[in-house]
Design a protein around this ligand. Structure first.
Ligand code: FES
Length: 560
């Protein structure tokens, strides 16, 4: 059996076999191995008591030579080669990896009656190479083997697979397996795919692998969630979502896709659902935006692998508008005529400027629903309100007191504040895709979040931003695309630490890039630059212990 080849081939290489004599039996004592050339290939020729074998000499891990390793027996008593560099082990007879992540290519050997040994190396065609790599990539993602995911992604790029094809392989696995449905890992995958398509050549590999690694980390070990058939569809999607009837709502999505509902129809259904509530600090809207953006990139025919699962975070996310801290804002919001709000002229027609509204949003003592409504009618329109919210939450990021981030007892920090910007971006996407009273309501929720992300400021006294310097100053004066690109690279260079931080870094930079374009201001990029550069909490273990001590020992819930 020939195992997975580890070689990267040029796309123009066709299926080709090279055969060469590599010695004779007299040259090989039993249980020895030697390196030999077969055309351009270097192979490890191995003789055991069972016969003569040939493996690719390059260890599939990092390429060190197998002949520098050790030939012995595996746990089953079968001949095996150990690559000494990191102890991966390969069965001699077929190259199967018995300790490590990837098999090594195994080539056919013939021994003539006179003892001459010949090895045949077949270079697969590009199509064959790709067909072999997809299952290998899936195994790497399912096992959360970042190295294997990186190697296979790079091999697939070299075999002419597109970034969208590669990322989608991970997304469809992760969407089905993530315990709570598509989440931060799908949002990260959407933004990383955007970067992989924006960048060229080898630069595409890092965003691709960051996206896939996030999926692998979040979904490892969970079983794939079955998708119900259309016959279980609820009659009313909105009601099923509201009732947390996951099966009925998922099946409704399946039925809608099967009967040919358009992308715009499905998008409208999900946007309506996430506009009804303020879900999980904005996550419901953010995940919906990212899921539909992904489908725009990979094609609507892939919708059945993602959209039914999106029901989970939309239907099951915390409905913060039902909690005490939003009660007052909700009373104000329920009196608003959102039909009239949605018809208010846009700031692009009225020339309205957001500069006066930003300080009002920042200094409001209570959730600024009335302030937002007044501004919309005064000429902001929904887009103008979103401009002001974007700029206000960017100011919040710039004035965040970093000493709070180091306070284990304070559960509120960087990652929460960034939601002000990413939520505003998601609300703008929803409004532009599906303008109406429901998305006007979603815009008002972003005004509430602009207020709530000031919690730390109000608790600790507002720390005004210091004079911009370093990357923040550069972001304010530099070329928007260049600044956004360098921030995206920094967000992915592993300084972020844990997956959840990398996910927030990347989506904040992406939202900042887009909001800078919509608002015409560099402030969102400056805010993202400060977030990328600053120290951050990364794991939350100490915080969980502090909160659990309070709760378990005194019955006190965490301070909000
Ligand atoms: S290079 Fe062979 S195990 Fe790492």
């Amino acid at each position: 059996m020939q195992a997975m080849t580890s070689q990267i081939i040029s796309p123009d290489v066709l299926h080709r076999t090279t055969t060469a004599k590599v010695g004779s039996l007299d040259d090989f004592a039993e249980n020895t191995m030697k390196m030999a050339k077969v055309g351009e290939h270097t192979v490890a020729v191995i003789r055991t008591s069972k016969g003569v074998y040939a493996l690719d000499n390059a260890c599939p891990h990092e390429g060190y030579g197998l002949v520098t390793g050790v030939l012995g027996l595996d746990a089953m008593g079968e001949p095996a080669v150990t690559c000494q560099w990191h102890n991966w082990k390969f069965r001699v007879e077929d190259g199967v990896c018995t300790l490590g992540q990837e098999d090594v290519a195994c080539y056919p050997v013939t021994v003539a009656p006179d003892g001459a040994i010949e090895v045949s190396v077949t270079t697969p065609s590009v199509a064959e190479q790709r067909n072999r790599l997809w299952p290998s990539l899936r195994r790497g993602i399912e096992s959360d083997y970042t190295g294997q995911v990186a190697r296979d992604s790079i091999r697939l790029l070299a075999s002419d697979a597109t970034p969208a094809e590669i990322m989608w392989e991970g997304v469809k696995l992760g969407a089905a397996k993530n315990e709570y449905g598509p989440g931060h890992e799908v949002a990260l995958a959407a933004d990383c795919l955007h970067l992989a398509e924006l960048w060229q050549g080898d630069d595409r590999a890092l965003p691709l692998v960051q996206g896939l690694a996030g999926i692998a980390e979040e979904s490892r070990g969970y079983p794939a969630r079955p998708i119900p058939s259309a016959k279980h569809a609820a009659t009313d999607f909105a009601k099923a979502v509201e009732d947390e009837d996951y099966i009925g709502a998922m099946a409704w999505v399946v039925a809608a896709i099967e009967r040919g509902d358009s992308p715009a129809q499905l998008r409208s259904e999900f946007i309506t659902a996430v506009s009804r509530h303020h879900i999980g600090y904005g996550h419901g809207a953010i995940y919906t935006q990212k899921a539909f953006e992904l489908l725009d990139r990979v094609g609507w025919s892939n919708a059945p692998d993602l959209l039914p699962h999106l029901v989970l975070p939309v239907s099951g996310g915390t409905r913060e508008d039902t909690l005490p801290y939003m009660r007052k804002a909700m009373r104000a919001l329920e009196t608003v005529d959102t039909e009239a709000l949605a018809l208010a002229p846009d700031r692009r027609e009225t020339g309205w400027e957001p500069s006066a509204l930003v300080p009002e949003l920042l200094t409001a003592e209570e959730a600024p629903i009335e302030i937002a409504v007044r501004a919309i009618h005064d000429g902001a329109g929904i887009e103008g309100l979103l401009d002001a919210v974007s700029l206000a939450v960017s100011e919040r990021l710039l004035r965040y007191d970093l000493s709070i981030e180091a306070d284990v007892a304070d559960g509120f920090g960087w990652l929460d504040i960034t939601h002000g910007l990413t939520y505003a971006r998601a609300a703008r996407w929803a409004w532009q895709a599906d303008p109406g009273p429901h998305t006007a309501r979603l815009a008002l929720f972003t005004a509430w979040l602009a207020f709530d992300t000031g919690r730390a400021e109000r608790r600790n006294g507002i720390a005004h931003p210091s004079e911009p310097s370093g990357p923040v100053a550069e972001a304010l004066t530099g070329n928007v695309d260049e600044v956004a690109d360098s921030l995206a690279r920094a967000a992915m260079d592993d300084r972020g630490g844990s997956f959840i931080v990398v996910a927030h870094l990347v989506k904040t930079v992406q939202a900042a890039r887009e909001e800078a374009a919509f608002t015409g201001s560099a402030l969102p990029l400056a805010a993202a630059a400060r977030f990328v550069e600053a120290p951050r909490k990364e794991r939350f273990v100490a915080r969980s212990v502090a909160e659990s001590l309070d709760f378990v020992k005194t019955g006190k819930p965490p301070r909000r």
